[in-house]
Design a protein around this ligand. Structure first.
Ligand code: IVH
Length: 685
């Protein structure tokens, strides 16, 4: 189908189009450069739609029309662009002293005794860009490339709303190359990465990479979809206008509606420069963009000319770099380290990299699930971050650098500190060493063992444990019971009496109850209360050796987690050896006679295990208490060793299970009768 002929255009329409372009460009400037819009978004959209409609109907698109920002088709490749004047880079200073040296050098070169006037601006961490304007219109946008030749990214840069398509103001040069930085602000960066993570795409390491990735895009619609910004701070070739200095240039840029750096301080002399650097550094945290330093420039272009350039950098400017946050390095290997509670945490060993003045050669990887989630492998090149005093961490893997030789680290099966088999709880992220022998945990274990809730050994607190450990007197839990008074005498803080007191306290602890011992021994998830419940069900520690989780779950209130933890503990050969050694050293680890007697004392439900299903006339807790009070053992799981299933209203699947297992069933009333009649043989269904 042939396109329809454009309608004849009247002067009135021409004016309307012209007016709409001017208005829309002005409002875009208010919104994107000044951040102070004067019309609503809806009003802007309405004007934009009207312009688009007229442009289509009358086939008249002015060269600075905002409709030109969008709609360019993807490119095959970027064309090369030669810069009229090379785009230089900057020398760096990492200390205030180096900034002072810079000033001293310039004064020497210029033969100036007095103070030089400088400008100080934030250094934007983005992508350097050259914008060439001809006859006041944006003609070309190019990347820095190697400084001499860059890539033509005009179609992409035109989509950045703060880039003027036309130079406004009174002084419009015939030709000018404006230099600046395209950047992505922090909020947009985080939003973009979040979106990418949700879509399973690779993340950008920092806002600079995100900006570069968004501009160096063959499809301009992708660039248009990212909110990029521009800050202009320099000029290359220029014809038709003259600038006295940096500050004058910035003034002109503002008048011409270009976005300029958030701060430009004009100061006299180096002391004021340092003050300005400090001021910018203080404000840095509140900038919406990433700034990695401050740029110090000689203000006067005449002086700049006299100073000239070295090979790649001008002599008249320097970048003061703040302490860096990030660095890139390679992971040599991934190892595990055992914490004081037995959790084995993975960490990466790097090829050493300097970040923020510190050499970083390792960092924690938090847990093994995180390694899988971030897909971190040995041999990977990674971005490492170290902000302030925060411990370094891996931000991301640069997957483009993979060679195929990278290795996924296996989740350890044995403890790197003691070689014991590790335990990984279902659904939990932690990999743990539960060995009593593990040297990485032993001090912590001893402190806990001797604590008040545990064996209550007065005089064996943190300080003394550290002391005895460092002297090699206690290396394992059982060593406590090998201590002699003579070992203690002569140690700092120990005299005749205090040594005797500690030996006595240790001796007394040998008679601690099974409950106290089970808590003191430090089984994962077993607190004082759980220890008490377990102890009520066993006579002595040996009854727990090699125990299976099913038997523990039968105990009231014991869940799967505790059960598997207890079972893992008592199935560890080395742990059993330690317990045996303790027994040989005189520890009782049994229920005191009184408790046992109470348990054995011919009570009506003695030795019987009960499980409840359905709703009973009393709460489950009350019934369980009742069973316990009469010598029985309430349990939550039914098994072959269950004696009775108490069946309430609307019983659950336990009833079926009881039938298959041949477990006897009773009603609540029958239970009461069992207690009252003191008989163990209730009527059966
Ligand atoms: S002036 C002659 N001012 O930093 C060099 N550069 O590390 C002219 N940059 O290539 C650069 N913020 O891309 C200047 N306020 C600023 C800057 C700035 C960021 C970039 C620029 C330069 C790089 C050097």
């Amino acid at each position: 189908m042939r396109a329809s002929m454009p309608e004849k255009i009247s002067e009135e329409i021409r004016k309307e189009i012209d007016g709409l372009v001017k208005d829309l460009n002005y409002h875009s400037y208010r919104y994107y450069v000044l951040d102070s819009p004067v019309i609503s978004d809806e009003e802007y959209d309405r004007l934009f739609r009207r312009l688009k409609e007229l442009e289509e109907r009358y086939r008249l698109v002015l060269p600075d029309s905002p409709t030109l920002r969008i709609g360019a088709p993807p490119l095959e490749k970027f064309e090369k662009v030669r810069h009229s004047e090379p785009m230089l880079s900057l020398d760096n200073a990492f200390s205030h002293d180096e900034v002072r040296e810079f000033d001293a050098r310039l004064r020497r070169l210029l033969g100036i005794d007095g103070e030089i006037e400088y400008t100080v601006e934030p250094k934007y961490d983005g992508l350097a860009m050259e914008l060439t304007y001809r006859g006041g219109l944006l003609y070309k946008a190019s990347t820095r490339g190697d400084g001499y030749e860059g890539e033509d990214v005009t179609l992409n840069v035109r989509t950045i709303k703060s880039v003027p398509i036309k130079i406004e103001g009174r002084r419009v040069p015939a030709e000018i190359d404006i230099r600046g930085e395209v950047y992505m602000d922090l909020e947009e960066f985080e939003k973009l990465n979040k979106q990418r993570a949700q879509r399973g795409e690779s993340l950008f390491a920092n806002p600079r990479n995100a900006a570069a990735g968004s501009v160096r895009q063959l499809d301009p619609s992708v660039t248009a979809s990212r909110r990029l910004h521009l800050a202009c701070y320099g000029v290359g070739a220029v014809r038709g206008v003259e600038f006295k200095g940096q500050n004058d240039l910035i003034g002109w840029l503002k008048e011409a509606r270009f976005p300029t750096p958030a701060v430009i301080n004009v100061v006299q002399g180096i002391d004021a420069v340092i003050g300005s650097i400090r001021q910018i550094e203080e404000r840095r945290g509140s900038f919406p963009f990433e700034s990695d330093g401050a740029v110090i420039k000689v203000n006067d272009f005449g002086l700049q000319q006299r100073l000239g350039v070295k090979t790649r950098e001008p002599r008249w400017a320097i970048a003061y770099k703040y302490q860096a946050h990030q660095g890139t390095t390679r992971i040599r290997e991934i190892l595990g380290s055992v914490g004081r509670t037995g959790v084995i945490t993975p960490f990466a060993v790097f090829e050493p990299v300097r970040i923020g003045g510190v050499t970083v050669s390792r960092s924690t990887l938090h847990n093994w699930d995180e390694i899988e989630r971030k897909d971190i492998r040995e041999g990977d090149t990674v971005v490492v971050e170290r902000a302030g005093d925060v411990i370094p961490h891996v931000v991301m893997v640069i997957k483009e650098k993979r060679t195929g030789k990278e290795k996924r680290p296996p989740i350890p099966e044995t403890c790197p500190a003691c070689g014991s088999k590790v335990v990984r709880e279902e659904g939990a992220v932690a990999v743990r060493c539960v060995s009593l022998h593990c040297p990485a945990q032993v001090r912590e274990k001893i402190i806990h063992f001797a604590s008040r809730g545990g064996m209550d050994i007065e005089g064996l607190g943190e300080k003394n444990v550290e002391l005895l450990y460092s002297r090699g007197l206690i290396r394992h839990l059982e060593d406590i019971y090998k201590l002699k008074k003579d070992d203690l005498l002569g140690l700092p803080r120990f005299a005749e009496r205090s040594a005797q007191n500690l030996i006595d306290a240790i001796e007394r602890s040998k008679h601690a109850t099974l409950a106290k011992f089970l808590f003191a021994i430090g089984i994962v998830h077993v607190g004082e209360y759980a220890a008490k419940l377990i102890a009520e069900n066993f006579e002595k520690i040996e009854d727990l050796y090699k125990i299976g989780p099913d038997r523990i779950v039968e105990i009231r209130q014991m869940g799967e987690k505790i059960a598997s933890s207890i079972s893992a503990f008592f199935n560890d050969e080395k742990n059993i050896k330690t317990l045996e050694a303790m027994k040989a050293l005189g520890l009782r680890m049994a229920n005191p006679d009184s408790v046992l007697k109470k348990k054995r004392g011919g009570q009506p439900l003695d030795g019987l295990t009960f499980v409840i299903t359905g709703t009973l006339p009393r709460s489950r807790e009350e019934v369980e208490d009742l069973i316990e009070a009469h010598g029985g053992r309430p349990s939550s799981a039914i098994s072959g060793s269950t004696d009775y299933l108490i069946v309430g209203e609307e019983p659950g699947s336990k009833l079926r299970k009881a039938k298959t297992l041949g477990v006897k069933t009773v009603s609540y009333e029958e239970l009461l009768r069992m207690i009252e009649d003191k008989t163990k043989t209730p009527k059966l269904f």
